[in-house]
Design a protein around this ligand. Structure first.
Ligand code: G3P
Ligand code: MG
Length: 407
């Protein structure tokens, strides 16, 4: 056993647990911000009596805008810096389909926004229902394109294009036209408009960004969401073909989205730790030198409960050798200790919709802790279809509950 110097930094601290928020019904109601949301986010940002920063991400089934637009909007509303890396929208995991399909029809959202988002993900040829209506307005007899819609649409001959996948990115702004076009493509030969399959197995694949049947807006009753459109399309398909429609689903509560969220959360937690490390230095006023005991393998004989930085064995390059200790696990045994992030000890997931949020948080990993709030779809006094681990009035109560439970 020998001694070496290390620098201990008492704060700021980064929590080993994390937070994940639903947006509609928790942070927002339609265009309005739920008043408790801003203090809740400030609390996670270090404004709490433990002076601890809690890594936080958002998983919404909503979409229809770039992740950067969503994060800018949330930053303004909440008075806390939110970055695009913290945002998972319903369509965000559809990035994984880039390279699988070349020609895609993107449905939903306003104007060309979803087309632009899909292109920013890397999709090569992105078409919209408006492009199809511009090509041939007779596709939907009762919808006349406005001059703005004509200007936004591409000029494409859809009798020569094979749509390989329909991606419903965001809520449809025109159910009648969108349903007509989606059904025609599903029943087509190889996704070519104006063709009809007799076997009904030659059409494009269809993906939905989520399956929320209802969602919470600033109207007093919940409104129909993308899940309702999905039910409607499946019913029309069944009526027409006698077959069940095969649907691919993203969003909560799907496992694919959970895996994606976990990946994003790990990355974000690492980023938060790195940020803190960057701010810290040997000369940090909150740091002090301490002797530590090292065994013959170079392992420190200690508890691992603090955020710490290390000097290397050699004094010359100590600044370059700073490594974070807790809550990282050891993966190497060299002079410079290499460390890697273990999973969050607990992930608190705050949502308002039992069928998507609570089911999502309860189904995939025991370390996720579901909290149901009463500011959205769920109404107090009813029995939620999926039971949360905890129920709160609002998002601020949820954050207070979790922080107290942890300390
Ligand atoms: O369209 C959005 C809505 O269905 C739900 O959004 O944030 O509650 O998952 P969120
Ligand atoms: Mg919600």
């Amino acid at each position: 056993i020998r001694r070496k110097k290390k620098t201990v930094i008492d704060h700021p601290r980064v929590a080993s647990y994390a937070f994940c928020f639903d947006i509609d019904g928790v942070i927002l109601r339609g265009p309005e911000t739920i008043p408790e949301a801003a203090p809740a986010l400030r609390m996670l940002n270090g404004e709490n009596k433990y002076n601890i920063t809690v890594p936080t991400i958002f998983v919404t089934n909503g979409g229809g805008k770039p992740e950067s637009a969503r994060s800018d909007d949330l930053s303004k509303r909440l008075g806390v810096k939110i970055t695009p890396e913290q945002i998972i929208q319903g369509h965000t995991p559809m990035k994984d389909l880039v390279g699988v399909y070349k020609n895609v029809l993107v449905v939903g959202g306003v104007g060309n926004v979803c087309r632009n988002v899909a292109e920013s993900y890397g999709f090569e040829h992105v078409y919209t229902p408006l492009d199809i209506l511009k090509w041939n307005p007779a596709v939907t007899p009762y919808h006349d394109l406005s001059p703005e819609e004509i200007a936004a649409a591409k000029d494409v001959d859809f009798s020569k294009v094979s749509i390989e996948a329909i991606l419903v990115f965001a809520d449809s702004r025109n159910w009648a036209a969108d349903q007509q076009i989606i059904l025609e493509l599903l029943l087509s030969k190889n996704g070519v408009m104006g063709t009809e399959s007799t076997t009904y197995d030659e059409g494009p694949a269809i993906y939905f960004a989520h399956s929320d049947f209802i969602w919470a807006t600033n109207y007093k009753l919940s409104r129909y969401g993308m899940g309702a459109l999905q039910v409607s399309i499946a019913a029309l398909y069944r009526e027409h073909t006698g077959h069940e429609l095969k649907v691919n689903r993203f969003g909560k509560p799907q496992k694919g989205t959970f895996k994606f969220a976990n990946k994003v959360l790990t990355h974000w937690r690492q980023g938060v730790l790195d940020q803190h490390l960057k701010k810290l230095s040997i000369n940090d006023p909150n740091s002090h030198e301490a002797d530590i005991l090292i065994n013959e393998d170079g392992d420190e004989i200690i508890n691992q409960s603090k955020l710490e930085t290390y000097d290397s064995e050699s004094d010359e390059d100590s600044a370059a050798e700073i490594e974070i200790k807790e809550p990282l696990a050891r993966v190497g045994n060299e002079d410079k200790i290499k460390l890697e992030l273990p999973p969050a000890s607990t992930v608190y997931f705050v949502g308002d919709t039992p069928e998507s949020d609570i089911r999502f948080a309860n189904s995939h990993d025991a370390s996720w802790h579901s909290i149901l709030v009463k500011t959205g779809v769920y109404k107090a006094g009813t029995v939620p279809k999926y039971a949360p681990k905890h129920t709160c009035e609002n998002v601020l109560e949820a954050v207070e509950y979790a922080i107290e439970r942890e300390h």
